[in-house]
Design a protein around this ligand. Structure first.
Ligand SMILES: [Zn+2]
Length: 265
């Protein structure tokens, strides 16, 4: 491990020992048996991230490979990269796995959910850290690459940890993403708004979209897909029942992929 972690208490570098990380002032953080480390301090522990059932639903759905084209896209996209990569909001690591295929990359995954990292760290050769994306436990100019998939990001914090000239790959739902599922759940569909990136701070150097259709194979998969989306919380029991009764259908996957570069200071 070459990128030093930053002590969340005193901001000094943490040193890795056999079973813990420790800073010069003696703040110590145990490495869990799955291999991740929890650097979230109790007093800032207000957000636990995704609910456990949402994490399990996502894990089950993704392992049916419905998003395999995006996995493949990432494998190709990072195929010839070198250096250090941070996956922010990595969850249970389905896409982090695509990044780990390139053995020239030293991969770090951060998520606020301990439950998600228990799954990720068990299966993958990356360093996983429980931390908040607004307060990343790294020093400035640490990473060659940062990636974030479907996570609200703090761009200033990403800029801080990126090396000058480093890249951010931002993957968000495109306008047609899961359109048929939304049509099934709601009477009226709002056009998805794509959040603009401040071009002065982090210019977008490449924009791509990946769109395809997939057939849901079982009502369990459909339910898992629904549960892993942010609109699940906004659906009523009646809407969920309606979804259960609906025959299986074809769904659009639509991903917007933006690559931004940190300008040299
Ligand atoms: Zn410390």
């Amino acid at each position: 491990m070459r990128i030093p972690l930053r002590c969340p208490v005193c901001q000094e570098p943490l040193k890795k020992e056999a079973h813990r990380f420790i800073c010069p002032k003696g703040h110590s953080f145990d490495i869990a048996r799955q291999g991740y480390v929890n650097l979230l301090l109790k007093q800032s522990d207000k957000h636990f991230g995704d609910a456990p059932e949402m994490i399990l639903a996502r894990h089950a759905f993704l392992h049916q490979n419905y998003y395999q084209p995006l996995y493949q896209y990432l494998t190709n996209h990072f195929h010839s990269c070198k250096g250090s990569l941070l996956d922010i909001g990595c969850g249970e690591g389905y896409f982090t796995n695509a990044l780990c295929q390139n053995q020239d990359l030293e991969v770090y995954g951060v998520d606020i959910s301990k439950k998600a990292l228990q799954i990720a760290a068990r299966e993958l050769p990356a360093q996983f850290i429980v931390a908040a994306s607004q307060n990343l436990p790294f020093f400035a100019n640490s990473f060659d690459e940062v990636i974030s998939l479907f996570t609200p990001v703090d761009l200033n914090e990403i800029i801080r940890v990126l090396k000058p000239g480093g890249s951010l790959t931002l993957i968000s739902p495109g306008p047609k993403h899961l359109l048929e599922l939304r049509q099934c759940l709601y009477e009226t569909i709002k056009e998805k708004q794509i959040k603009e990136i401040n071009q002065e701070i982090l210019p977008v150097v490449k924009q791509d979209s990946l769109t395809y259709f997939f057939d849901v194979q079982s009502s369990e998969d459909l339910n898992n897909l629904c549960q892993m989306t942010p609109f699940y919380k906004r659906t009523s029991q009646r809407q969920r029942e309606k979804l259960k009764q609906t025959p299986l259908f074809t769904i659009t996957a639509d991903f917007l992929i933006r690559q931004c570069r940190k300008i040299n200071e």
